[in-house]
Design a protein around this ligand. Structure first.
Ligand code: ADP
Ligand code: MG
Length: 708
């Protein structure tokens, strides 16, 4: 007998709403608008709810012209009383508008948008008020704003845009503020109740936060400034919390699954040995990092440590110490570098220091001959060689280790997490040490590498000369060459970095070749000029690097292949062509090629940045040599999205959260998240279920929570 069907919903109920609902079926949005919205990633109702305002404008209070302060941003409401467009030069149009606010006027200026004049002329006739927002500048006895944002005040007294704190959204062509606000209002009314509260109640209470619905309502249409702030705090907390939960889970997975090899290290003994083989005294920071590693190795859990040290801080010696620890415990150690040149350089350094004490160092790189490769592999597999240095070839070409106990990965930003894991899988849960010179703002390490322990090398070896940085325009190129001549005559060497060609490696190589020819023939005919670029065979590259190191070349013209870790102490100047095309972090790395010896060193940026941001970037390079400060400025100028590349790494996006300014909230969430995962590692408690589902929706979280 069939049982009657039990329905949880009444018959012929209205279709249920879902946050995944396609926007195009919403009232007031058709296929055309939906297509436009899709271009900025807005496809579903949920997407729209998470499309946060760029800023908010308090339209309960406008500024009056009389109260304006130059340099500040302000919103002003007023009437357009006149407009003209001037053409001071061919191809240049300046549109001026006079905005009147109770008898005092400000001048508004737009460049090369002559079509605006028509819109403003209409407004003059209609006597309709507008609202403008921009930076106030002084102009004679009065004030002006250049290219302010502006909006007509609708005569029907649009309730979403008047007498309240009004959201201003990032826009795309074809959708205005007014339209977006309306849509948002509709979506909020319909879908707000569907937002799931994923923060556990205990955390909401402890941190005194608004609930999810109130927060989303107020982030879009704030009831008051206080509500806006609280809504923002809550949503930022959410974003960081998700991230930190994932990091906590990942860290747990690492240490919990990877019961590691317990090693014994006598620091005293190790230090004595290093003092024997290394020709200088280690810096305090190097010693601290080495102690951190020694402690990790003795816990019985697998080490996952990041060594973060600016260029030239001496990371290689830390790697060497760690490798010695592994070898003395009877384990093999591998060092991976991102390029063959760098792998070779490491092999040279390690061999010089370690062969005298009877340790052989294998170099496993792709360009070896087949027979050599086989021999190297055999010695690693057979355990005759305890140390191997290589590129990705170490993992990709099936090198097997007899007893791998430690993997050191140099310049980690070149490696994906997956490669890190792939190599780790080769051994018996080897300890992993990651080294990076990519300066990460101190405050951010816990966001990016929150699953790793971190040691910072915040001290340069003594005797380093500061690198003086100059920014020159193309017109001053000759002066630059004159200075370079002087250095070359003193026996120094010089790097010249070619402009970045993004279209293709081939074009890049071609431009490098041309520049090298030009320099060899016309600029420094009396000196020996070498060329290095990515399209050369690795033997050729190696040979050039060898020659430059041996001072058989005076000038090395190169693409960014020299960016990573090359160490030639006699090179004391680097000239970077079209420096405005490079990222700050990259410029900093390039600059780190000099200042590595006893000579005063120079970095010359030849650049003609067009934008203010570009100029600011050059100024920062001239001003500071502190990699961490540069990273912070870089982050400030470029914004966190680009800096993190969170999308690629499968980590949740930070939309509202600002990793520089919200550091207090970040610290709070980190503590809360790690505590929560500690207490309920598999998120099995009923009050954690919603959070568990949310984490599973992210790529990384899926792995971490579903296999738990
Ligand atoms: P990083 O990889 O951190 O950029 P390196 O390990 O290449 O730096 O070291 C840069 C240079 O400093 C090398 O020439 C190295 O021999 C030297 N060096 C490292 N540690 C010290 C130290 N404690 N004292 C003096 N020189 C050092
Ligand atoms: Mg290095």
């Amino acid at each position: 007998m069939a049982l009657p069907m039990i329905s949880t919903r009444p018959e012929n109920s209205v279709p249920t709403l879902s946050l995944d609902d396609d926007l195009q079926f919403l009232k007031g949005i058709g296929p055309a608008l939906a297509a436009t919205l899709a271009k900025i990633g807005l496809k579903s109702a949920g997407d729209l709810l998470r499309y946060f305002p760029r800023r908010w404008e308090d339209r309960t209070r406008f500024r009056h012209v009389a109260d304006l302060v130059p340099g500040e941003t302000a919103s002003i409401q007023g009437l357009v009383i006149g407009t003209t467009t001037k053409y001071p030069r061919p191809k240049m149009a300046i549109t001026e508008v006079l905005l009147d606010d109770d008898g005092s006027a400000v001048r508004l200026i737009w460049f090369n948008q002559p079509y605006l004049e028509k819109s403003f002329a209409r407004l003059v006739q209609l006597r309709k008020p507008i609202i403008v927002f921009g930076t106030v500048r002084r102009s004679g006895f009065s004030f002006e704003m250049q290219s302010p944002e502006w909006e007509e005040v609708s005569e029907d007294g649009d309730p979403l845009a008047m007498d309240r704190i009004v959201p201003v959204y990032p826009l795309t062509e074809g959708v205005g503020q007014k339209r977006l606000r309306r849509m948002m209002d509709t979506v909020l009314q319909m879908y707000l109740p569907l937002l799931e509260e994923t923060l556990p109640a205990s955390i909401i209470l402890e941190h005194r936060m608004l609930g999810v619905e109130t927060s989303y309502h107020n982030i879009h249409f704030p009831e008051s400034q206080a509500y806006l702030q609280e809504a923002r705090r809550r949503i930022v907390f959410d974003e960081f919390f998700t991230l930190q939960c994932l990091l906590a889970l990942r860290r747990r997975a690492n240490s919990h699954l990877a019961a590691g090899i317990r090693m014994k290290v006598s620091l005293e003994h190790l230090k004595a040995e290093i003092a024997e083989i290394v020709p200088f005294t280690l810096t305090g920071a190097q010693q601290r990092a080495i102690s951190d590693i020694a402690a990790d190795l003795s816990t019985g859990r697998a080490m996952n440590r990041l060594i973060q040290g600016d260029v030239g801080s001496g990371k290689t010696m830390v790697a060497l110490a760690a490798m010695l620890m592994a070898v003395q415990n009877g384990y093999q150690a591998a060092l991976m570098a991102p390029t063959e040149i760098l792998a070779q350089q490491h092999a040279i350094v390690l061999r010089r220091l370690l062969e005298p004490i009877g340790l052989t160092v294998e170099l496993a790189i792709g360009s070896l001959k087949a027979k050599e490769k086989r021999d190297v592999r055999e010695r690693i597999l057979g355990g005759q060689s305890m140390l191997a240095v290589g590129t990705h070839a170490l993992i990709q070409e099936g090198v097997e280790f007899a007893k791998l106990g430690l993997v050191v990965i140099d310049e980690q930003h070149r490696f994906g997490v997956l490669q890190r894991q792939a190599l780790a899988k080769k051994g018996m849960r080897p300890h992993v040490l990651v080294m990076t010179a990519t300066p990460i703002p101190r405050t951010l390490t816990m966001t990016l590498y929150g699953d790793l322990d971190v040691s910072v090398l915040n001290e340069l070896p003594p005797g380093r000369k500061a690198i003086t940085t100059h920014w020159k325009t193309q017109a001053k190129r000759n002066d630059v060459y004159v200075s370079a001549h002087r250095l070359l005559a003193q026996g120094r060497q010089v790097y010249v970095v070619c402009p970045l060609v993004e279209e293709s490696e081939k074009l890049q190589a071609k431009s490098a070749t041309q520049l090298a020819e030009h320099i060899a023939e016309n600029v420094f005919p009396q000196y020996r000029v070498g060329l290095l670029h990515g399209q050369m065979k690795s033997e050729e590259k190696d040979e050039i690097m060898r020659q430059f190191k041996a001072h058989e070349l005076d000038i090395l013209v190169s693409t960014t292949v020299i960016e990573v870790g090359i160490d030639v102490p006699n090179a004391s100047a680097i000239i970077i062509e079209n420096a405005e095309r490079f990222g700050l972090a990259q410029l900093h790395q390039l600059r780190g090629r000099v200042g590595r010896g006893e000579h005063a060193s120079f970095c010359i940026l030849i650049a003609e940045p067009k934008s203010e941001e570009g100029q600011a970037r050059m100024d920062i390079m001239v001003e500071t040599q502190d990699g961490f400060r540069i990273a912070e400025e870089d982050l400030r100028l470029r914004g966190p999205g680009e800096f993190f590349g969170t999308r690629q790494s499968g980590m949740p996006e930070l939309i509202l959260a600002d990793v520089l300014h919200d550091i207090d909230i970040l610290t709070e969430t980190r503590e809360a998240a790690f505590r929560l995962i500690e207490e309920d590692p598999e998120l099995r408690k009923p009050e954690h279920r919603a959070l568990r589902r949310k984490l599973q929706r992210t790529e990384v979280g899926f792995e971490l929570v579903s296999t738990a």
